[in-house]
Design a protein around this ligand. Structure first.
Ligand code: MN
Length: 418
């Protein structure tokens, strides 16, 4: 296993590819940089980043690193960051992903103890840090999912642990995060950085200009949500100005992220019970990973069979993890995003924002954007029927999100679901 196969297939006298047996690092200075950014976002945390595979592999460590071998710090694996991010200290504007103040807490180089790619893939990465504040051996170890149906964290939980060596400092003696709170490059505190408007990081993850959407109004996150209903019709609406989507057979589900937690609501806008939320945890996790602080999305939870059809009959078993089908959450509307009420923004613009959000997510999980076709409803129905689709929905491109949205559901003329 490992790199043996890679080596066996190559003659290194001929190819210029690197030998899999070549010792790993240390290469030139800068090839394996590490950085820890103290990030005052919704919650203060430390972003631990290691240069690996051309990016900064990143973990969010709520309590920051410790020099005590007995202290295991939770490290949530988050999306890769570009190398250019390693030198960033400054302000991420409010409303953007990760909005808040970033302090460069420590940086330097790292050396893997074993093959870092294998270690990373296996969820067990051991390395030596050569930083200004942190030195010596550390390990990042993935926490195994204990329940057969998968953990509640989407497999993102790791632990950051100090290895035994000459750099250990028991917490009882001193805590490095408290002893050395300042920026490693500028010596500034978080508060000093927060008042300096000269360095502002603009996330380019998704071109989401929510404030520019016509009809978007600054408003607090709504406590009550009334998902519009689909009225049954026999035939698609004639004429232009409509968006047509496949009707997904499943359970209407609205997700509301208040910045702290994700609440799931049923098609009537009623919160799901704790018992009902638990097996739908992967949906809430995927919604949390969308690049927004607060939002409401509307969609359908479905059980997808191997041939790509939604199987409504298998849904409850799939939710409980007891079927071969896959859980999928198709989102088709976005009534609220980061401080803006979008219910009066035309549907087409809401869906464009939603598409950008889903594209910007690094860990979409079961979450999918439900796309549409603008144009003839009759032609859309013919095509849907040909594909074995049971029903379609039609919504006016300019429809609002509310009681009289005028959304339609139309059968495609197939008698029984496949
Ligand atoms: Mn962060």
């Amino acid at each position: 296993m490992g790199l043996a196969e890679y080596n066996r297939k190559r003659n290194f006298a001929v190819t210029s590819e690197p030998s899999g047996e070549a010792p790993v690092a240390p290469r030139a200075e800068g090839g394996r940089q590490f950085v820890i950014q103290k990030h005052a976002a919704t919650r203060l945390h430390y972003d631990f980043r290691l240069e690996l595979e051309g990016v900064l592999k990143s973990w969010s460590v709520p309590k920051g690193p410790s020099l005590d071998t007995k202290v295991k710090r939770l490290a949530m694996h988050v999306e890769d960051h570009p190398l250019a991010y390693a030198t960033f200290e400054g302000i991420i504007p409010k409303g953007e992903y990760g909005g808040g103040t970033v302090l460069l807490w420590d940086h330097g180089t790292w050396e893997p103890i074993e093959d870092p790619h294998q270690g990373y893939a296996a969820g067990n990465l051991k390395f030596i840090l050569k930083g200004t504040k942190l030195h010596g051996g550390f390990a990042l170890v993935k926490i195994r999912d204990r329940s057969a149906r998968g953990g509640h964290d989407g497999g993102r939980s790791w632990l950051l642990i100090k290895e035994r060596d000459g750099y250990v400092v028991p917490e009882a003696t001193s805590e490095i995060t408290k002893a050395r709170p300042e920026s490693v490059t500028t010596g500034r505190t978080l508060d000093e950085i927060a008042v300096d408007r000269s360095r502002v990081w603009h996330s380019n993850r998704a071109q989401i200009e929510v404030g520019a959407a016509p009809g978007a109004e600054a408003a607090p996150l709504p406590g009550k949500i009334r998902p519009p209903r689909f009225a049954p019709r026999k035939a698609p609406p004639p004429g232009p100005g409509w968006l047509h989507e496949l009707a997904i057979a499943g359970e209407r589900l609205v997700a509301r992220n208040d910045g702290q937690s994700v609440q799931l609501l049923d098609g009537g806008g009623r919160p799901l019970s704790t018992a009902a939320e638990r097996p739908r945890r992967s949906v809430a996790d995927a919604v949390r990973m969308l690049p927004a602080q607060t939002l409401v999305v509307d969609g359908v939870l479905a059980a997808m069979t191997m041939d790509g059809h939604s199987d409504a009959a298998a849904l409850s078993r799939t939710i409980e993890g007891q079927s071969g089908a896959t859980l999928a959450y198709f989102v088709f509307d976005l009534p609220y995003l980061d401080g803006r009420d979008l219910t009066r923004v035309p549907l087409e613009r809401r869906k464009a924002l939603l598409a950008a959000l889903v594209r910007g997510s690094s860990a979409p999980g079961p979450l999918h954007y439900l796309d549409h076709v603008a144009g003839s409803g009759a032609a859309f129905r013919r095509e849907a029927k040909r594909l074995g689709i049971v029903a379609m929905v039609s919504r006016r491109a300019d429809s609002l999100y509310g009681g009289r949205a005028g959304w339609l559901e139309i059968p495609c003329g197939i008698s029984a679901p496949r």
